[in-house]
Each structure stands twice: as C-alpha cells, then as structure tokens.
Design a protein around this ligand. Sequence first.
Ligand SMILES: [Fe+2]
Length: 238
Amino acid sequence: MYPTSAINRRAQVPKTTGAGTAGEPLALPNPQVQELEDELKVTRMGTLHALTMMLDIKDVKTGRHATRVAEWAVRVAERMGLDDEELRDLEIASILHDIGKVGIPDAILLKPGRLTDSEMRLVKRHPEFGWAMLRSIPGFERVSLQVLHHHERFDGGGYPSGLAGEAIPLGARIVAVVDTFDAMMSNRPYRRGLGVSEILDRLEPEQDAQFDGEILRLFLDIAGEHVGEVGQIRGPSL
Ligand SMILES: [Fe+2]
C-alpha cells in the first residue's frame, strides 16, 4: 500500500539532470554515494513497513485512517510546493502520527463510553510516546518532531508543548488539519461519519484557532476536489 499514490505519481516523473546547458558542468552521480542513499532508502522503507504492520496488528482502523491522512497530507504539501525530501518525511509522519497509541491499553483505546480524566490524560500522551519511539531511528529525526506536535493548536492551546503559530513544525500543522477531517468522516461505534459539506462548515471557523488558516483554506479547496477518490482508500490490510 505504501508509499501513497501521490508519491507514486511523482516517482513516475522522470528527473532531469540539469546537464546539457551551455557552460554547465555535467553532474554525474557518485556511485558510492548513490549506493549509500539506496541502502538508506531500503532501510527506511523496511522500518516504515515494520512499524505500519505493528499499527495494523494493533488496530486495523488506525492503519487505514493513517493511510488516508498521508494521502491528504501529501496532496496539500504538493500544492504548497514542498520539496521531495519534505514530502517524504511528511508522508512517513502522516502514516505514523498515532503510532504512540500502541502504548495505550486497548481497554482505554477501544472503550465505547466516555473516558475518565486520568484515561484521557494517558491518551493525550500518545504524541510523546510516538516521538520517543521514532526519534532515535536514523533519518526519522524530523518525522519524530512532526509526530510529537500533531495535536498542537495554532493558537497555542494544544498539547503536548502548547506551541503556537509557525513554532509548530509545518508537517505537524498539515497533519493536524487532515487528521481531524478524516476522523470526522470516519464512522465510530457511537456515531456515523459526517458528510463532507458539514465537516467543511465545522472546520472553517477554526482558521488560525485550531488550525493554520493558510493550510486549512488550501485543504478546503483540495478536499472538495478529491474526497471521492481519497475517501475510497481502504488502507493496508494484513
Ligand atoms: Fe493523534
């Protein structure tokens, strides 16, 4: 299932070398550097695969939700003009944003009723748990920070750090928007998912409150265009 179809689309675009322009040196790839980069890529994809399998085993719905969040996030980021490396990190962070929930007991995570205050406090620690899991993996440094801050609010009222505005990593601000949208669309044991227009109406007043207004406005445009396609994603399965 991974990477997202957005990443696959970009991978199909042949890259230009920049060579051939008059007076410009021919940039030949160093075979050893290329080999190391390829090895790192394989290691990164293997790590990502192992972690997403763990997400699936823990709760399939979380894995499917994560796949749609990644698809939305990459589409927003592409529209914002982020470079390939930033897109790659954002895609991984989107897939793994709730991985810290493996540290929350099922009795709490799947509890049908209302959570107690202490249960809620524990659930709210999942960004920290995710960061702690990912931060020491080579190549996941930026990803781990995006995971850590995906529940911050643009106005500073979120958690775990209470960061505000652009102090919140850009990737985390994107995930915050698309994660909320997809969660509202999804069916829950206690309610049916909301319709797109109702969700968009509810999100709009959150510009520069819960969410970065620029990202939210961009997403509202994209969501209207692509909801049929992304909504069909059923995500990875075992
Ligand atoms: Fe989360």
